[in-house]
Design a protein around this ligand. Structure first.
Ligand SMILES: [Zn+2]
Length: 139
C-alpha cells in the first residue's frame, strides 16, 4: 500500500494516527484528500502481517477507491432501509475480501484454514469470503 499506490495515485498518503486522536476507529478513509489513516497499533499489525489489520487497511482502501463521492456513498436512507450492497461498509468489506482472497485462490484451496495461511487474513474473513463466493456460485 505504501510502495505501489503512491506511484499510481499522486497525492495518496497513508497516515499513522495516534491512539489518542483515533480512539476506537481502527482506520479511516478521506477520499477527497486521498488519505487513509490507520491507528498506530493497527499499522504495526498491518506491517507484521496480522490478518485483521491487513483487512482494515484493505477496507479503507475500498472506501478510498469506491466512495469518492460521499454524497452517493452515504445514502439518505437509514442503514436499515439499505440493501446490503448499497451500504458503503458492506461495499468496503466486500472489496477487502476480494482484494485479499482472490476467487482463484479460494477455489483452489476451498477452506478457511488454508486461506488464512495463503492470504494472510483472519479466519472470519476467510469464512465470510468463502460463504459469499459459494452463495454467488463462484466456487
Ligand atoms: Zn468502513
Amino acid at each position: 500500500m505504501e510502495k505501489i499506490i503512491p506511484s499510481l495515485w499522486e497525492g495518496f498518503s497513508l497516515v499513522v494516527g495516534e491512539m489518542g486522536e483515533m480512539g476506537s476507529a481502527h482506520g479511516l478513509a478521506f477520499p477527497e484528500k486521498g488519505e487513509i489513516w490507520l491507528r498506530e497499533d493497527v499499522y504495526e499489525g498491518y506491517l507484521a502481517g496480522q490478518g485483521r489489520d491487513r483487512f482494515t487497511a484493505a477496507h479503507e482502501l475500498g472506501h478510498l477507491l469506491l466512495h469518492n463521492n460521499i454524497g452517493m456513498a452515504r445514502s439518505i436512507k437509514s442503514p436499515t432501509e439499505l440493501k446490503p450492497y448499497e451500504n458503503s461498509e458492506w461495499q468496503a468489506n466486500t472489496f477487502a475480501g476480494a482484494l485479499l482472497i482472490p476467487v482463484e485462490t479460494a477455489r483452489r484451496l476451498g477452506n478457511e484454514v488454508d486461506l488464512v495461511d495463503a492470504c494472510g487474513v483472519s479466519f472470519d474473513a476467510a469464512r465470510v469470503r468463502l460463504a459469499q463466493l459459494r452463495r454467488n456460485r463462484k466456487i
